[in-house]
Design a protein around this ligand. Structure first.
Ligand SMILES: [Zn+2]
Length: 237
């Protein structure tokens, strides 16, 4: 089951990569996957991970990277602020998703299982805690984006690596999705301020609850992709 999911995710990711980045190859030194489109007009490129300068030749339709030089004195990626800063939003976000999942499950179970009533009295606290997690995660992710842009400027000298372009686009997408989820959650239109639960009698509340869950789930995919791609830039493939 888990193996099937992993295969499916890998297939979707490969198709996505193929469509957006065209042909890729691996750095001959650190084996990081690099895109042909990132080479400059002279077919030269600096590997963002190990710092070798590559001349990417095309021979019989194959990309053949040749190591020309090593860019010395690069700051170590593990000691940078950005990889450390990523852990705050990535660590908090799943708890916000868990909170919304629990509140939705409680809203459905409340009329069916009366024995849950004492537990459900705590629902407003869970709804508030979930909002706090969400605001902290999305708020701190803007600092993560800023530190990432700083790193791109300094460490990578604004070179257009596809990993970094993807990360910038996905970071902005995460802020939009996170902002939408915060607005929905804080509006009180999804989880009632008095009970902390979804009013299942109201079609609007149910639709908005499904929308909030969908936005959060998409945000989870986006932030997991950000973490995965960022991880390859720090630890290699
Ligand atoms: Zn490399």
């Amino acid at each position: 089951m888990i193996g099937d999911v992993r295969t499916l995710v890998r297939k979707v990711a490969e198709r996505f990569k193929g469509r957006f980045y065209g042909r890729t190859f691996r750095c001959p030194v650190c084996h990081l996957e690099l895109a042909m489109v990132d080479a400059d007009g002279n077919r030269l490129m600096v590997c963002p991970l190990c710092g070798v300068v590559l001349d990417v030749e095309e021979i019989y339709g194959h990309a053949v990277p040749v190591v020309l030089e090593v860019e010395l004195f690069r700051p170590q990626p593990k000691m940078r602020l950005h990889p450390l800063a990523t852990h705050a939003p990535i660590g908090l976000y799943p708890f916000a998703v868990l909170g919304v999942g629990l509140l939705l499950a409680a809203s459905v179970l409340a009329p069916v299982v009366p024995a849950l009533a004492p537990l459900l009295a705590r629902a407003p606290v869970v709804a508030t805690a979930t909002l706090v997690m969400l605001v902290l995660s999305v708020g701190l992710s803007s600092l993560t984006l800023a530190s990432g842009l700083w790193d791109w400027n300094r460490r990578y000298r604004r070179r257009p690596y596809w990993q970094i372009r993807l990360k910038i686009a996905f970071s902005v997408l995460f802020l939009v999705l996170g902002g939408t989820a915060i607005a929905l959650h804080a509006s009180g239109a999804v989880f009632s301020a008095s009970t902390g639960l979804v009013d299942l009698a109201s079609p609007l509340a149910v639709v908005l609850a499904v929308a909030e869950l969908a936005v959060l789930a998409l945000g989870m995919v986006v932030i997991a992709t950000l973490g995965h791609v960022g991880g390859t830039l720090v630890f290699g493939r």
